[in-house]
Write a protein that binds this ligand. Sequence first.
Ligand SMILES: Nc1nc2c([nH]c(=O)n2[C@H]2C[C@H](O)[C@@H](COP(=O)(O)OP(=O)(O)OP(=O)(O)O)O2)c(=O)[nH]1
Length: 134
Amino acid sequence: MTKPLVFVVAAALMDAQDRVLLARRPEGKSMAGLWEFPGGKVESGETPEAALCRELKEELQVEAAPGDLQSFNFASFDYPKFHLFMPLYILRVWKGEPVPLEGQAIEWVKPTDLKTYPAPPADIPLFEALSERF
Ligand SMILES: Nc1nc2c([nH]c(=O)n2[C@H]2C[C@H](O)[C@@H](COP(=O)(O)OP(=O)(O)OP(=O)(O)O)O2)c(=O)[nH]1
């Protein structure tokens, strides 16, 4: 049996000091307690960029424009039950102060400190790429 391919889009919101916004997955979700990039699954009929803007509004009350999402990197990771394909965009421009609307903790993190945050395995190379670049 082949595993499902799950298409998730994620954003590294970066502030003027190049700090990155991480969100902690709440209790009750898979991988609870791990720190991840805001984002979520692309729904049928959506572009990846529209899906990410929708997720940012739902999770963080942040308004972003698809054209402000800059492609940065991607994860292609084989989890036991599915294969994750997850483009990561950098976002530096948005409207509103991020508010955690889904019970998640959020933190602004210096790229070089990302490695100290426990994260889903798919995210580790993305944390490394950000800390090398910024
Ligand atoms: N948003 C986000 N998801 C990630 C990251 N890294 C990573 O492995 N994932 C996985 C966790 C989930 O399996 C999936 C995203 O699903 P989701 O955010 O739409 O919904 P969910 O947590 O309720 O998903 P699920 O565990 O119920 O499948 O991608 C990341 O950095 N950000």
